[in-house]
Design a protein around this ligand. Structure first.
Ligand code: PLP
Length: 262
């Protein structure tokens, strides 16, 4: 059987824990062949982000056109998009090439508190990108930003929030409950046909959680073409993330909050 080509459209993280670097490691670990279109450079370590340099939108378009006129991709993970110009370039390519299994991780702010998306670009994610997503994977702060409301941190409002996110046009929403407290971390998958499914995993006690969002969305993208259903892909992706968290403390990648172990 041909190995699946999985494309990451995302930003670079030199510390190797998040962004393009995390995505490519995840794709490989899960049996995919990783490809990448870089949207932004960050100067970053486990301590934080000291700079962001977006790639000019025309050059994002050039990367996408050059790659997608040659290779067939089996799934796409979209991460850090930096600004509205880059979002426009990615949207244009999605329309032109119509790749399968588009997973959008609406990256906005790093755990260190540094912004990875210009605030004025959130509207473009909402109106232009979400309607082109087969799955969007916001955490609770990102969901609140997309819905234009204050963040809520309770499991009972998650279903209602996920349904309102669906109304923004994504085919499916995986609303991640990692920011809630508790022994387990529960995510909620909702689809327009009214199906709702919860995915729970043991909460691993580690401070080294850099790159969890990138890893989960990449794992889902890598597994969608290799599993029989969305739920199976999400379940297995969450298991992969739990193992990456379980082994995070074996790494010594810097003095700050370290990455999960791919
Ligand atoms: N750097 C890049 C390039 C990213 O894409 C992301 C998250 O998506 C981060 C940093 C932040 O990762 P975290 O919030 O897990 O620390």
């Amino acid at each position: 059987m041909r190995t699946c080509n999985i494309l990451s459209i995302a930003g670079s993280d030199p510390s190797g824990g998040a962004g393009i670097q995390a995505d490519l490691k995840t794709f490989s670990a899960l049996g995919g062949y990783g490809m990448s279109v870089v949207t932004a450079l960050t100067a970053q370590s486990t301590v934080g982000v000291t700079g962001v340099q977006g790639v000019p939108p025309e050059f994002v378009t050039r990367q996408l056109d050059t790659l997608l006129t040659d290779a067939q991709v089996d799934a796409v993970k979209i991460g850090m998009l930096v600004d509205a110009g880059v979002i426009g370039a990615v949207v244009k390519a999605l329309d032109a090439y119509d790749p399968p299994h588009v997973v959008v991780d609406p990256v906005m702010v790093a755990k260190s508190g540094d912004r990875l998306l210009a605030p004025e670009a959130i509207a473009a994610v909402r109106t232009d990108l979400l309607p082109r997503a087969d799955l969007v994977t916001p955490n609770l702060p990102e969901a609140a930003e997309l819905l234009g409301e204050n963040e809520r941190r309770d499991l009972s409002s998650m279903r209602e929030q996920a349904e309102r996110l669906l109304e923004l046009g994504a085919k499916r929403v995986l609303l991640k409950g990692g920011h809630l407290s508790g022994q387990s971390s529960t995510d909620l998958l909702v689809t327009p046909d009214g199906l709702t499914e919860t995915f729970s995993a043991e909460r691993i006690p580690t401070r080294n959680t850099h790159g969890t969002g990138c890893t989960l969305s990449s794992a889902i993208a890598a597994l969608l073409p290799q599993r029989r259903s969305f739920s199976e892909a999400v379940r297995d992706a969450k298991d992969y993330l739990t193992e990456a968290l379980r082994h995070a403390d074996e790494l010594d990648a810097g003095r700050g909050k370290g990455p999960v172990h791919h």
